[in-house]
Design a protein around this ligand. Structure first.
Ligand SMILES: NC(=O)c1ccc[n+]([C@@H]2O[C@H](COP(=O)([O-])OP(=O)(O)OC[C@H]3O[C@@H](n4cnc5c(N)ncnc54)[C@H](OP(=O)(O)O)[C@@H]3O)[C@@H](O)[C@H]2O)c1
Length: 320
């Protein structure tokens, strides 16, 4: 089968098309014929080698990025507990450091708990934008000690994690203040944000200007870090999506009595109930599945370049 990955870590051009063996669906596993794989910031980290230390020992080159897959059930392993049948349209969050490898491939074998039905009204590309980023936003909100009626702030609200965080927070009954560049204001409002403040430096003061008591919590999808903390009221929380141990991530500094929640979405890799909950919300129109562009897997390098340049709204999706 055809797959896209890196033999040697590096720039986008390091991504190559390769012929690799078709994986077998073992017990408890499902083989998916992947039709769409979204391109996420984490794919860039794998391509550059930042996840090398965590790769499963069973993986061989080329190492494949890709944390989102949508496609069709192709085979079901023996003794597999699933309601799915061969031919069903499905989606999954893929963890590329796991023995499955990443989603940039024509076929992938996943633990059956990772695979759920795709939203009935979605194309494969649309469905591929949901699992990993939807689960990241879900995980962030689940980690925060917030209740309906509380206020949260979302940074990076025009992005994939931030956008889903706004929509899931609204579905949870929270009030949301979100950041936006002028060009993104309409988009962020359409996601349901109750208040919008200009993005960038000084964001905490702008949040305090509209909410003098501050917010109960922040979902920091733009990785604003210490700049966002003063927006949080005493005893509040911040969900961070990048760890201080990563290169280029600034320490959060003095947090007062604000608690940090570190979001690591692979912890939801087997949370099929959570992923299916996202499917239901997408079918109801409460989650927007935003595709920036679709292109064949052979053009993965171009997709990575576009993602790294910033400003992409909706996900770039590779087709296989
Ligand atoms: N911990 C985990 O498990 C986990 C899981 C998923 C994602 N993540 C991380 O979460 C972050 C967001 O991912 P994503 O897929 O949502 O990215 P994305 O779609 O690119 O969204 C990020 C958004 O933040 C904006 N932004 C960037 N820098 C900003 C700044 N200084 N001030 C205000 N806004 C800024 C971006 O705007 P521009 O496009 O204009 O730059 C974009 O709208 C990434 O760092 C990703 O690696 C972590």
């Amino acid at each position: 089968m055809k797959a896209v990955g890196v033999f040697n870590y590096g720039a986008p051009e390091a991504l190559e098309v390769a012929d690799v063996p078709l994986p077998e669906a073992e017990a408890g596993h499902i083989r998916v014929r992947v039709h769409a794989a979204a391109v996420n910031p984490s794919d860039v980290l794998l391509r550059m080698g930042f996840t090398d230390a965590w790769l499963s020992e069973s993986l061989t080159r080329p190492y494949r990025p890709g944390m989102d897959a949508a496609g069709v059930v192709d085979a079901i392993g023996p003794d597999t507990d699933t309601d799915l049948k061969v031919g069903d349209r499905v989606m999954a969050m893929v963890v590329p450091i796991d023995p499955s490898g990443g989603a940039y491939a024509q076929y992938i074998v996943l633990d059956a708990r990772q695979v759920v039905r795709a939203p009935a009204n979605a194309t494969f590309a649309e469905a591929a934008t949901l699992p990993m980023n939807g689960l990241t936003a879900r995980r962030a909100l689940d980690m925060l000690n917030v209740a309906p009626g509380d206020w949260i702030a979302v940074t990076g609200a025009a992005g994939a994690v931030g956008g889903y965080a706004v929509q899931l927070a609204k579905a949870d009954g929270l009030h949301v203040v979100a950041d936006a560049a002028p060009a993104d204001e309409e988009l962020v409002r359409s996601l349901g944000a109750d208040r919008i403040v200009a993005r960038g430096p000084g964001i905490a003061q702008r949040i305090r200007d509209v909410l003098p008591e501050g917010v109960n919590a922040v979902v920091d999808a733009a990785v604003m870090g210490a700049q966002a903390v003063p927006a949080i009221r005493a005893g509040g929380e911040i969900a961070v999506v990048r760890s201080e141990s990563e290169a280029g991530i600034e320490p959060l500094g003095d947090l007062g009595d604000v608690t940090v929640r570190e979001v690591f979405v692979p912890e939801y890799r087997y949370a099929g109930d959570k992923l299916d909950g996202l499917r239901v919300l997408a079918e109801k129109g409460q989650l927007s599945l935003r595709v920036a562009d679709e292109m064949p897997g052979e053009r993965a390098a171009e997709a990575h370049r576009r993602l790294e340049a910033g400003g992409v709204r909706g996900r770039l999706v590779l087709t296989f």
